[in-house]
Design a protein around this ligand. Structure first.
Ligand SMILES: [Cu+2]
Length: 272
């Protein structure tokens, strides 16, 4: 049967074709900004992450196409041709094995060195922006509990504002948060900003990011953390200006104090 190579050839052409088309189709590529910018990340780090992603995609794409050509050729050339065909036996080729070990190793070392600058900008604590953290975010099954600094701009003070699944920050300036976990391991993922960081029980991890376009984006959990993992979705609002952010914060503070008034016992009825 000399037909199997056609199946492999079709599968390879289909995969390469749809992959090549995907940057031009909405929702097939990396998530991005609103409207025609749907494939462009909205953060400073996003551009670096995307260029690394494209580089790795090109390397793996070339290797994929090469191995698929070899596969199709082998399934055609060595196809079963009838009952009288005799099996061939041969020993491995040491030279070939050395080559196909050294080339991938060299590529991996290259990628490891090439990405180091980007990694250090995003993850090294020494690169953290010197700003006050806007919030402490605790991941727990199955929500993001966010404690904002409140009116005084400082965390761990009585005027902190607590919200759930609602991340706000200001456009064009670095936002710093402290990430914690209340139970198991979660992963704080801002897809449009290309930021992903595990929330690890027992650790407080600083995470920083920015956005160059205001609007509404999403926060998701990228670590399968339990049955309700899919529910760990938060809204992200990027405000145009600090004034807008402050207005939003003021209205949240007002809401919170109203809640406290409603839930407080009526004066005199409870004794203290
Ligand atoms: Cu989770």
């Amino acid at each position: 049967m000399r037909y199997w190579h056609l199946v492999f050839a079709f599968a390879a052409v289909f995969v390469v074709g749809t992959s090549a088309y995907s940057p031009f189709a909405a929702d097939w590529w990396l998530p991005g900004g609103p409207g025609p910018d749907y494939t462009h990340s909205v953060s400073t780090f996003g551009k670096k992450i995307d260029s690394l992603y494209i580089l790795i995609l090109i390397i793996t794409g070339v290797v994929f196409i090469g191995t698929q050509i070899a596969l199709v050729w082998a399934t055609y050339k060595f196809a079963d041709t009838g009952p009288n065909r005799v099996a061939q036996y041969f020993h491995g080729s040491q030279r070939l094995e050395v080559i196909w070990t050294i080339i991938p190793a060299a590529i991996l070392v290259f990628i490891a060195l090439y990405q180091m600058g980007t990694w250090s900008d995003i993850k090294f604590r020494t690169a953290a922006p010197r700003v006050q953290p806007i919030a402490e975010i605790t991941a727990r099954q199955f929500q993001w509990v966010m404690r904002y600094a409140g009116a005084d701009g400082k965390l761990n003070t009585p005027d902190d504002v607590q919200l759930v699944n609602d991340l706000h920050f200001v456009k064009d300036r670095p936002a710093l948060i402290y990430l914690k976990s209340g139970d198991v391991q979660h992963s704080f993922f801002l897809p449009q900003m290309r930021i992903k960081q595990d929330a690890v029980p027992g650790l407080t991890i600083p995470v920083w990011f920015d956005a160059d376009r205001s609007g509404h984006y999403e926060l998701v959990c990228a670590e399968l953390c339990g049955w309700g993992h899919y529910k760990m979705r938060g809204n992200v609002t990027v405000h145009d200006t600090q004034v807008q952010y402050d207005d939003w914060m003021t209205s949240e503070i007002r809401k919170q104090s109203q809640d406290q008034l409603v839930s407080a016992p009526a004066t005199g009825s409870s004794g203290n």
